[in-house]
Design a protein around this ligand. Structure first.
Ligand code: ZN
Length: 89
């Protein structure tokens, strides 16, 4: 069980690309990874690529709405139907 495994949205910083569908699908994926590895769904564990130690990436960038994203992850997590939904990936 990896204790330092980072999860989160790794995207290019292109605000036009940040659609509702992207937030939704990414939140579901993150929630499923959190579920699988028992990772807390908070801002200290759900991080951007730019926050990964040693990473030279800058995504998702300053236009990513973290509060919105975490709300989606949390909601997805707590929905009975959503727990086992994204089994692939
Ligand atoms: Zn990246």
């Amino acid at each position: 069980m990896p204790s330092h495994r980072p999860v989160g949205p790794y995207f290019v910083d292109r605000p036009a690309y940040f659609t509702d569908a992207l937030y939704e699908s990414s939140a579901r994926l993150t929630a499923s990874v959190c579920d699988r590895y028992g990772i807390p769904k908070d801002r200290t564990r759900v991080i951007g690529h730019y926050e990964v130690p040693g990473s030279d990436h800058r995504d998702p960038g300053p236009h990513w709405e973290w509060s919105r994203y975490l709300r989606l992850v949390d909601r997805t997590w707590r929905e009975p139907d959503g727990r086992g939904a994204p089994a692939s990936g």
